[in-house]
Design a protein around this ligand. Sequence first.
Ligand code: ADP
Ligand code: ASP
Ligand code: MG
Length: 448
Amino acid sequence: MIVQKFGGTSVEDAPALERLAKIVARSAGQRPLVVVSAMGDTTDVLLEALGRAVAGDGAAARETLEKLERDTKRVLDEFFGREATSVCGEIAGNFEELRRMAAAVAVLKSVPAASRDHFLAHGERISAAVAARAMRLRGLPTVAVDSRRVVITDDHFGRALPDEAEIEKRAGEQLVPLTARGEIPVLGGFLGSTPRGETTTLGRGGSDWSAALLGAATGAAVVEIWTDVGGMMTADPRVVPGARVIDTISFEEASELAYFGARVLHPLTLAPAIEKGIPVRIRNSRDPDSPGTEIRRDAPSGPSAVRSIASKCGIATVDIVTSRMLMATGFLKTLFEVFARHETSVDMITTSEVSVSVTVDELSRLDSVRRELEQLADVEVSEGRAIVCLVGQDLKFKAGVAGRIFRAVEGINILMISQGASRRNVSFVVDEKDAPGAVRALHREFFR
Ligand code: ADP
Ligand code: ASP
Ligand code: MG
């Protein structure tokens, strides 16, 4: 079996659906299971509608949803022709429910986390129904499967954690028999369900993770992530126009890149693949003949000590200064317990005898964290920062790399520096506005 996941742009319009059907048809002999994201920017539009509803503007929310429905219908008309009415009928209930939910939220002016997940998940549910019908029209024996029957998670709405054992059990019961019969299951990524049947989501960009979870659960030979770029690249091509596709990269390198901002892959995607040793391929749905990037256990060294450069904006740094750290055993434990209590995970850490600096990317509970830390030390929180991260399995073997890195970004104010214990990664913090320039300067230095 193989898993083929198509991101938003790879299902956004009629030509994209046409390409999707061709790509899956080519793999028909390998028993594909298809995972799709919401079409185009549907998730952003749903969030916009929800925002308007929460603000109490029911009319604006309704208008946003009606425009989304019109845009979706236009795609269906173009792809399905005479069958469009029947496909529209299949997803009419989704839009109807979205409208009803938005109206209720506009009255209450707030939305519980569970309802929010249920609302957002309609994007992938619509997309799975459409993609299954589109491939069927092109002669493929697809079956739309409700992900909530298979992808069981806890009830951390908005970033639910999957129950891998349960997913494996259900995939074995519900998906494997379909593929064994030659049918092609089509599931929406991103969404799942608690054991009690409440809809959950895995966090933004989570469809990649869904694909990997289903790949691991079914023992797939490969998980293919079909997207809008040629593969994992030496930098985000939107930041560095000259970025190049990487042929092969190790699980560890790709994980670090995903974690530090390479949006092409959701950071948690590789965990299930690593566990089962399943290679992951990133491929371009607009250029299906090019091989893309293979992510696997071992990857040969590339032409440069640096494999790729990523950056992540929206970071805050927290500087904690106290003379009590002097000689006080257990102080760090006390500090990190504060972050843990507020479910705020820490990415980068640097310490000196009297200070600790950390970065966090989840800012929603930062005020509570700060208040508690202030009981222990002087605290300064600065938002609007970015992490720039260089990744390469050979970094640790190459003398002089640090010198090259920091010479290349000489003119930029560097606020924190860290080299991961793996020595596969060198990261530093800059002001958000300096991040693109830093990435471009580093790319010139290492990939000229
Ligand atoms: P999808 O909708 O297919 O999931 P995403 O938008 O989530 O696609 O991810 C693809 C985008 O990731 C690309 O358009 C690119 O701008 C961005 N990106 C960031 N870093 C990298 C990188 N190192 N290599 C490739 N793409 C990257
Ligand atoms: N549609 C979801 C999002 O935009 C999940 C995904 O695309 O992976 O975040
Ligand atoms: Mg994505």
